[in-house]
Write a protein that binds this ligand. Structure first.
Ligand code: TRP
Length: 362
């Protein structure tokens, strides 16, 4: 059995640079490493509907946005199956059976879901579908027998939940499912890129995101307006690197070679940080440098996006083809599951013969 990747994103908005450093960039590397037998990248529209049931148009609009984001960062449909969750109805069927293997108390302990319930003000209006989305996410992962799930840190509780369900299923019904491993970024700055306002997380509702699809001048404007160390008033003042978003972004994006090209005063980020900490290095300079570094990485992404935007029907075609392949894979796993669960009555000739014998003898 090979190495298989499954991961995905909810299409509730365009993807931003936090998604990029936290997961997308890694996916492209994994895709191009040649180490994986199959790669499935899912646009989780059904999951997005669990807290957007009354706003289907928003999800519909963002499916194509996320598809364009995927293609523009370099996910290659020849190597990675890009697909739409709702098309693969086997996933909903699996979810129904997995629900029998999880308790309400266990779902209530999921810290990510807990936090999301609070943020959405769902205390008294929690949709059952939203509450159970970790179970549906288990279906997403196990349907493809994924071994590896590259995700951001907030998704770790989902992977843990999936592992528990897999163990329970296999223990009761026999060895059918594969226990997945989460794969996190090894760069700490990439785990959670703050917003440009310094808030802990980039989020559309806070308006503090840099989107992959932002034009160059917009990116520059956002970088130049970034929050820095509020006590670094004069250039000569000592500055703080820790918790300073400009440096967190540099940790996530910058390599030594960028200094040669854009800021030869320093050999590497450590030297630059040391100068900032001592005092004498202004915020405008560090922001200009960050802008050069980020534009270099984002420019090819924007270019690829422009190309795909010229042929939107082809983008839908890519998703449809990927979805057909995903569906075939999921159907295979579901058939195995149903056989193991003894609910495969009509393709079990032995069962029919056995029952016939039993009733003849009665
Ligand atoms: N919950 C993920 C997110 O919010 C999206 C997702 C759905 C996912 N199913 C998945 C991620 C399966 C990894 C594996 O971005």
């Amino acid at each position: 059995m090979g190495k298989i990747i499954l991961t995905g994103d909810r299409p509730t908005g365009k993807l931003h640079v936090g998604h990029y450093v936290g997961s997308l960039r890694r996916r492209v590397e994994l895709q191009n490493s040649g180490e994986y037998d199959r790669i499935f990248i899912m646009i989780a529209d059904a999951q997005a509907l669990t807290d957007n049931a009354d706003n289907p148009e928003k999800i519909r609009q963002n499916v194509i946005e996320v598809a364009l984001d995927y293609l523009s960062v370099g996910l290659d449909p020849a190597k990675s199956n890009l697909f739409v969750q709702s098309y693969v109805s086997e996933l909903t069927e699996m979810t129904f059976y997995y629900m029998n293997l999880v308790t309400v108390a266990r779902l209530q302990r999921n810290p990510t879901v807990k936090n999301e319930i609070l943020m959405r003000g769902f205390q008294n209006t929690l949709p059952v579908g939203f509450f159970t989305y970790p179970v549906s996410q288990t279906a997403d992962i196990t349907a493809f027998k994924a071994t590896t799930v590259p995700v951001g840190e907030d998704q770790l509780p989902m992977i843990e939940q999936a592992r528990e369900i897999v163990r329970k299923f296999n223990q009761i019904y026999g060895d059918v499912l594969v226990e997945p491993d989460a794969m996190l970024s090894d760069n700490k700055a990439c785990l959670r890129l703050p917003g440009i306002d310094g808030k802990a997380k980039m989020s559309k509702s806070l308006g503090n995101c840099i989107y992959l699809s932002d034009p160059a001048d917009e990116v520059q404007k956002k970088i130049m307006s970034m929050f820095t160390d509020p006590n670094h008033l004069k250039v000569s003042d000592p500055g703080q690197v820790e918790g300073n978003p400009v440096f967190t972004y540099l940790d996530a994006f910058c390599k030594d070679e960028h200094f040669e090209r854009y800021f030869p005063d320093y050999a590497n980020l450590d030297e630059m940080k040391a100068h900032y900490t001592r005092g004498g290095l202004g915020d405008v300079k560090i922001k200009r440098f960050l802008n050069s570094v980020m534009q270099e990485e984002l420019e090819p992404i924007r270019k690829r996006r422009k190309e795909y935007e010229k042929d939107i029907p082809e983008v839908y075609n890519i998703l449809k083809k990927g979805s057909d392949i995903a569906r075939e894979a999921a159907a295979e796993t579901l058939a195995e599951m149903k056989a193991a669960m003894k609910i495969n009555y009509f393709d079990d000739a032995e069962l029919i013969a056995e029952q016939a014998r039993k009733f003849r003898e009665e």
